[in-house]
Design a protein around this ligand. Structure first.
Ligand code: SAH
Length: 348
């Protein structure tokens, strides 16, 4: 593949611009254009001759809108097509504090969580930093509104594509680019402990979420195969270390699955597990009533079960919020739209 200029840091782009015989100041102009999601054609202050060189000497792997679903609550779900006909999903959400895009970090996923649609057809490939950025730029252009927050919680496991994800975050921070600070970025991991350890030393004040989904190894093994490699007694000390070294608290994701992990005993066990392993850290758990996917028979419990779960939690001194369901009417849960596309194409 030719050099991917949308994934380049500013100094790398300067080197590239010089290597094609253009002047240094062109690099800043080009960087700014690239990070609005502009096409070469739209770059009005770049000379035609330079554009001709760019056309043959590099690539801009942007994504394009293949399909789009708009929810009654204003949430937009995109199915994006990559340059090689892979499909990925992103979600645009409106909140009081601004617009958020949920980006995918991989096409498919190999983590195998039983309740998740992204993993149904395995991992196709990692996404480039450019393709992660492009999801935001395309959503921004389509909505005609700026994106202020980013969550890396779409398809894929970000720590399974570590280097590209870090590059993506650093490019998002760039003041000549999207200029979104780390504090407005969240990253969710299924618990790849090697990734959590590397991330601890990275020094990026991104909000980290860990998908826990169960307080016991037996149950977690069953719904999240990653737990066999990194069981709870390995995962939680890594979380503790992250908190102690960075001073940033971690939030936990917990999908409530009826009859599996949503009893009052589960709530009590979870609260105690987190309190005892993370002393000094304000514990916060995001409860997500599971989004049923047709390939699996996981169901969300009755509302009363969720309420009891939250109450038991609070009694045990732990904070929990039930995730507001944006876009429930448009299948806005990871991987569902792509899985439909995959099946209608007979595999991609
Ligand atoms: N791989 C990362 C990020 C992608 S998934 C991770 O595992 O954290 C983002 C969140 O959505 C995770 O907490 C994941 O467990 C959850 N999730 C996936 N499918 C779901 C479903 N069908 N119902 C509820 N939550 C789901």
């Amino acid at each position: 593949m030719l050099p991917d200029i949308l994934s380049m840091y500013e100094d790398e782009l300067t080197e590239f611009v010089l290597s094609i015989g253009e002047e240094k100041y062109r690099s800043k102009q080009l960087f700014k254009w690239l990070h609005t999601g502009a096409s070469l054609e739209q770059m009005s202050n770049i000379p035609k001759k330079m554009k001709e060189k760019l056309e043959t000497r590099c690539v801009i792997p942007s994504v394009t809108i293949e399909n789009k679903l708009v929810s009654e609550d204003g949430t937009v779900k995109y199915l994006f097509k990559c340059f090689d006909n892979e499909f990925i999903e992103s979600v645009f959400m409106r909140h009081e504090y601004g617009n958020t895009v949920c980006v995918s970090s991989q096409a498919g996923c190999r983590m195998g969580c039983r309740f998740c649609a992204s993993t149904l057809h395995g991992l196709q490939r990692n996404l480039y930093a450019s393709e992660m950025l492009s999801q935001i730029y395309e959503a921004q252009k389509d909505a005609g509104e700026r994106v202020s927050n980013v969550v890396i919680m779409g398809m894929g496991e970000p720590f399974d594509n570590y280097d590209n994800v870090i590059r993506f975050i650093k490019l998002l921070n760039n003041e000549n680019g999207a200029n979104i600070s780390c504090r407005k970025i969240s990253l969710s991991t299924c618990g790849l402990v090697d990734g959590i350890k590397r991330f601890t030393d990275e020094g990026l004040p991104v909000t980290l979420s860990v998908s826990l989904h169960s307080p016991t190894n037996g149950q977690r093994n069953e719904i999240m195969p990653v737990n066999r490699r990194y069981p709870i007694e390995v995962l939680l000390p890594a979380c503790r270390d992250y908190f102690e070294k960075t001073g940033r608290r971690i939030s936990f994701e917990y999908a409530l699955i009826d009859g599996k992990n949503n009893s009052e005993e589960d709530a009590k066990e979870l609260a105690n597990l987190l309190k005892s392993n993370l002393p000094g850290m304000a514990i916060h758990v995001n409860l997500i009533p599971v989004n049923p996917i047709k390939e699996r028979d996981f169901r969300r419990g009755e509302k009363i079960m969720t309420e009891k779960f939250v109450k038991t939690f609070e009694k045990n001194g732990v904070n929990a919020t039930v995730r507001k369901r944006l876009g429930a009417d448009i299948n806005a849960s990871c991987g569902q739209l792509r899985a439909q596309k995959y099946e209608s194409n007979g595999g991609m």
